[in-house]
Design a protein around this ligand. Structure first.
Ligand code: MRU
Length: 340
């Protein structure tokens, strides 16, 4: 396969590497992701993360395995294993459905390679179109709040919500970005803060619990988040804590925008209640693990509830910014997502 490089994926000399998003920003470790077992391990551990990136990484690996001579049967089994790697982000399933169609072609090796590269190129273009559409909703001097990481690390392009923010900044409209640290795995504190710093966008890092008082003080003009799955009725699954922000934004009459590519839409899913929510390990809440080892602060046997995502009901969302443009609540009520 041709050499390919995104912020967090690299294909070179028929080898596949991922940038370890758990080690960032302290360490920039590129790790091999050459087998299904390795990539699924990276996805479970969130070394590869973000809805679009999970789907793209799985598709690229399948294409590489095909080029290395894996049989059609082995590739079909690999596809199903990868499809089950994480349950909430529908981009994974949507991308792999397209890879399955390629696998059904008589000449499936070039078909898989072409399709995986096409998915990457499409994602880049989707990010640009989302940024363009979203930045038009940002007034000059805006102080924006974002949650989790929706940037170049999570996509093949510049990102979704963070791509909007970056583009709005370039056009002189962003005064400050409030970055939610995003407990428990700190995608905001580690990844979004790093990306905004690299891009020269002014930001201030806050703990998740600070958003309410900032809004009450009039310091937030809009909230911008990404999505892992958008149901037919417009309900959105995204990183845990997104729903709290939507409730807060509603109370304080602040616009709440969701930015996502079409690969995040799930017309077959009627509403948020039908979206499978990933439950994660207790150790993510009872303490912290890193290159320094593990620190546990909770009692040894602490009972824990740790959903990775929550659902924001459509009625709390001011607009959905897709690559096709801005979708209004009226259009969603008229069934625009169900029809796709
Ligand atoms: O658990 P994560 O880090 O994969 O969760 C990521 C999010 O919730 C993002 O907001 C979403 O995937 C959109 S990324 C463009």
């Amino acid at each position: 396969m041709q050499t390919l490089q995104t912020t967090s994926l690299r294909v070179e000399g028929n080898q596949f590497w991922i940038l370890d998003q758990q080690a960032l920003p302290q360490q920039k470790n590129w790790l091999p992701a050459d087998s299904v077992e390795a990539l699924v391990g990276h996805i479970h551990a969130l070394r590869v993360r973000g809805a679009p990136l999970i789907g793209l990484s799985a598709s690229l690996l399948l294409a590489l395995l095909a080029e290395r001579g894996a049989s059609r049967e082995a590739l079909a089994a690999a596809l199903e294993t990868l499809r089950a790697a994480r349950p909430t982000a529908v981009n994974l399933m949507n991308n792999l459905d397209r890879m399955r169609a390629a696998l059904a072609q008589p000449d499936y090796v070039p078909a898989l390679v072409t399709e995986a590269l096409r998915l990457v190129e499409e994602d880049r273009a989707l990010c640009d179109r989302i940024a363009e559409a979203g930045a038009a909703l940002v007034p000059p001097g805006s102080r924006l709040l974002t949650h989790c990481n929706t940037g170049g690390l999570a996509t093949a392009g510049r990102g979704t919500a963070l791509g909007v923010i970056a583009h709005a900044f370039e056009t002189g409209k962003v005064a400050n970005v409030w970055v939610d640290e995003t407990r428990p795995l700190l995608q905001g504190g580690r990844l979004t803060a790093w990306e905004l710093g690299e891009w020269g966008v002014p930001y201030r890092l806050i703990t998740d619990s600070m958003a309410a008082s900032l809004m009450a003080q009039g310091e937030v003009d809009a909230v911008w988040v990404g999505a892992d799955r958008i149901a037919a009725n417009g309900d959105v699954a995204n990183k845990i804590g997104t729903y709290s922000l939507a409730v807060l934004a509603h109370y304080h009459r602040i616009p709440f925008y969701v930015a996502a590519p079409q690969t995040t839409l799930d017309p077959a899913c009627p509403n948020g209640a039908a979206i499978p929510i990933e439950q994660r390990a207790a150790t993510e809440i009872t303490g912290v693990a890193g290159s320094f080892g593990t620190v546990q602060w909770a009692p040894e046997q602490a009972a824990v509830y740790n959903p990775a995502f929550d659902v924001t009901p459509a009625e709390l969302i001011s607009a959905w910014v897709l690559d096709s443009g801005v979708v209004t609540p009226e259009q969603v009520r008229d069934g625009v997502f169900a029809a796709r």
